[in-house]
Unconditional design. Structure first.
Length: 360
């Protein structure tokens, strides 16, 4: 009984590990693009679409010290802290915010685009844009650049490595929370698939970022990573990085596919080890594979598509090896369990919010 109470206290003490960037209150989740508390989240949702004509500042624009008494000042702080109305979900549909049907960053004007349907273009665009890798890669690039600064304090580099690792889990959590297919699964299936998805995407994100930022040959970085996860796991990460595609979209689609791939849940004693191979899961897998294959043909032709798809398959097989060994690392398992709980809670809060908006 005492052990149960102690675990509950320890768990509750870990709930609020960050501060709201708007009001400095304890916060755990990221809402609309920035870490914030729930009251600031609801405030932003209520007022973000208001125009400046609708709101008047009563504090001469001194928003930093008056966010609790002036609506406009608080809203200004929300925007300057990184909140964005682009993250709003439609109140009429339980779907992701619609993105442009054809990705604007890709130029396919010289090839046949009719191979993909409009729905497939929309799926490709949503999966591409919902994976927010920019912050993670920025930290990774800093690790790469600072590695060659001989006067950099040892502890400073270690702190940056810790931030890099934390960003891997944050990127995974934000991405899976934005996955519409995962959100729409029945509750029991979603609970099991989510645990597999978090483990898979976390490992694949680590390999992707290490390879993309060329961190696999930096001695200081590898030293700190091996202290955290052991030599064998880090060696597998560096080996698997050779399968990363130069096309960022291919990497993102590979992550999406691996997120819904069958795997063992043996690291968790709380759930069944049986992955739910339902018609819904199979349908999601087939949709993702078809979109990847068609995208490769459209951009690289049949021969190039075959080579890249084979490389993608080898990457996923390498990731299967990594995830199985990562399950033996208690630090990683604890992060996975915590992240699963956070995402599940987000899904529940989203469902409640959608019901309230629909009935209002």
């Amino acid at each position: 009984m005492m052990q149960t109470s102690q675990r509950a206290v320890q768990k509750s003490s870990r709930i609020f590990t960050r501060q709201c960037r708007i009001c400095d209150a304890p916060a755990q989740y990221s809402y609309f693009g920035t870490v914030s508390c729930y009251p600031c989240k609801m405030f932003f949702r209520r007022h973000a679409l208001s125009t400046k004509k609708d709101l008047k500042c009563t504090c001469n624009g001194q928003y930093a010290s008056n966010i609790r008494i002036c609506t406009l000042c608080r809203l200004t702080k929300c925007f300057q802290s990184g909140m964005s109305i682009d993250r709003f979900r439609s109140s009429k549909q339980n779907t992701l915010l619609k993105l442009s049907r054809q990705p604007t960053v890709w130029n396919f004007s010289q090839v046949n685009q009719s191979l993909l349907t409009n729905n497939q273009w929309a799926l490709l665009s949503n999966l591409h844009h919902s994976y927010k890798e920019s912050h993670l890669l920025t930290i990774g690039q800093s690790l790469h650049d600072l590695h060659y600064h001989s006067h950099l304090p040892y502890t400073t580099y270690e702190t940056l490595v810790n931030q890099f690792v934390e960003s891997i889990y944050d990127t995974t959590g934000d991405y899976l929370h934005m996955n519409h297919d995962l959100r729409e699964l029945p509750f029991h299936e979603r609970s099991i698939v989510l645990r597999v998805a978090v483990a898979n995407v976390t490992c694949m994100t680590s390999v992707f970022s290490i390879g993309y930022c060329h961190l696999y040959n930096l001695n200081n970085f590898l030293h700190f990573m091996k202290m955290k996860y052991g030599k064998y796991v880090v060696d597998i990460q560096c080996w698997a990085a050779k399968y990363i595609d130069q096309d960022l979209t291919v990497n993102k689609m590979a992550i999406a596919l691996f997120a819904v791939s069958e795997d063992s849940c043996s690291y968790s004693t709380k759930i069944s080890t049986n992955f739910p191979i339902s018609s819904v899961i199979i349908h999601i897998q087939h949709r993702y594979v078809e979109v990847i294959w068609k995208y490769l043909i459209v951009k690289y032709g049949y021969s190039g598509a075959v080579k890249r798809f084979l490389n993608l398959t080898l990457w996923i097989l390498a990731m299967k090896i990594l995830t199985s060994h990562a399950e033996t690392v208690l630090t990683h398992v604890d992060h996975i369990d915590s992240l699963v709980e956070q995402i599940e809670l987000k899904f529940i809060l989203d469902d409640i919010e959608h019901i309230l908006e629909t009935n209002s």
